[in-house]
Design a protein around this ligand. Structure first.
Ligand code: CTP
Length: 402
């Protein structure tokens, strides 16, 4: 699976840096193209000459090559990579990565990198167990990075405990398995809408709904995990995206969401319309706060654009369009009708009658109906897991088309 893959091997200042030479050799043997980026203290432990001889490429350490003045673009490097592997990763580099302290070529490359990141820590047992290190590792996990847990054994300090960098063979196996299974949406661009929309009445009031955005954000994370580049158009929500492959665009009203979505749609392979878009907006928006008059008041509403239906009209061959339907009665018939009307490839049906499904909860229970006929019931489980199931179905759709 590693044949032809572009891998950045980041090496930092740990005694385990000597194992990086063997790791590099194994990656090259598997057919990977490897660019080594080493930190200044990494060079104290292993000479770049060894590494460039093994990789067949000059080792990058500084932002500039001293004698030629050539600039090394961390941005280009980050885009070139299919994976960034940092092995060994010291507590210091882990801390810098967790907090965006970009004072060397490796951390700047990390911050620019769109590819999956694997981190193999190596340090003394007490450093590894320290709350600060563990907190930083948790932060890196929350960014979608993968930590290759260190092994337990004798350490450079002659103490025994957890902190030894995982063996190179094992690291290569982890990468290999990752490329085999984990990225069915690699190279795809996914557009997702999430959350509610707010339709202004006056400067302090709006028409909204109870959507929390959790399902849409879970889908965005699952798509990014599956290797996609994600544009997430979000209504007003308090959830936050974590994965670095998610580009978030914040909007408030249905019209803003419509414009943001249409600006992206042409470049999109998959569009997942998960937002609870208001179907109507006040016909006029007052510039000043409306005062209580004691009289009855009538709010005239005008229809909002139907974003999913517009995408259905514009859909071209090769694009996959997924909609959601939240129904309270005649669920399946209504959902199928929506799928037809909006020219969707899949519709994800939520029923408000199901416990643990729909707005504001962390779980969902849905039925995914495919235009091509299949119908899959996903039992009540965390929205993150429901999202992973939906993403697998979308990936399957592309696999069948290819
Ligand atoms: N949708 C949209 N733009 C709208 C309304 C809905 O993109 N203005 C999308 C939703 O994101 C969802 C699908 O269309 O993917 C169905 O939304 P839903 O609110 O269930 O359907 P409506 O078409 O609004 O029909 P109704 O409210 O009458 O059930």
């Amino acid at each position: 699976m590693l044949k032809g893959k572009h891998i950045i091997l980041g090496i930092t200042g740990s005694i385990a840096a000597y194992k990086a030479a063997y790791l590099l050799r194994l990656l090259i043997k598997q057919g990977a193209e490897v660019q080594v980026v080493i930190t200044p203290s990494g060079k104290e432990f292993i000479t770049p000459v060894t590494l460039s001889s093994l990789s067949g490429k000059p080792v990058i350490s500084e932002f500039f090559t001293a004698n030629t003045g050539e600039w090394h673009s961390h941005v280009d490097l980050g885009l070139w990579a299919d994976a960034l592997l940092i092995a060994p990763a010291t507590a210091s580099t882990i801390g810098k990565m967790a907090h965006g302290i970009a004072d060397n070529m490796l951390v700047t490359t990390y911050l620019s990198c769109k590819a999956p990141v694997f981190i193999a820590p190596a340090m003394d047992l007490d450093m590894y167990a320290h709350a600060s290190t563990q907190h930083n590792l948790d932060l890196l996990r929350s960014y979608g990075n993968r930590i290759i847990e260190p092994a337990t054994g004798e350490l450079a300090s002659h103490l025994t405990g957890k902190g030894r960098m995982e063996e190179p063979e094992k690291i290569v196996e982890i990468l290999d398995r990752f490329f085999e299974t984990a990225q069915p949406l690699r190279g795809k661009r996914v557009l997702i809408t999430a959350g509610p929309t707010y339709e202004k009445i006056d400067p302090v009031r709006f028409i909204g709904n109870y959507s929390s955005g959790k399902m849409g954000f879970a889908l965005a994370e699952a798509c990014a995990e599956a290797g996609a580049e994600v544009v997430l158009v979000a209504g007003p929500v308090s959830v936050k995206e974590k994965h670095t492959a998610i580009h978030r665009v914040d909007v408030e009203s249905a019209v803003e969401m419509y414009n943001a979505v249409l600006a992206e749609y042409d470049r999109t392979d998959v569009a997942i319309m998960c937002a609870a878009v208001a179907d109507y907006a006040p016909e006029t928006v007052s510039d000043v706060k409306l005062k209580r008059t004691g009289e009855e008041r009538v709010l005239r509403l005008k229809p909002n654009p139907d974003i999913a239906a517009e995408l259905g009209r514009r859909k071209r061959a090769g694009q996959c369009l997924v909609g959601f339907a939240l129904e309270t009665n005649d669920e399946e018939a209504n959902a199928r009708l929506k799928m037809e009307k909006k020219n969707l490839d899949f519709i994800v049906l939520n029923s408000l009658r199901d416990a643990g499904a729909g707005f504001r909860c962390d779980t969902n229970k849905v039925t995914v109906i495919a235009r091509e006929g299949s119908e899959v019931e996903i039992p009540c489980k965390p929205k993150t897991e429901v999202a992973a199931d939906i993403v697998n179905m979308v990936a399957g759709y592309f696999a069948n088309k290819d």
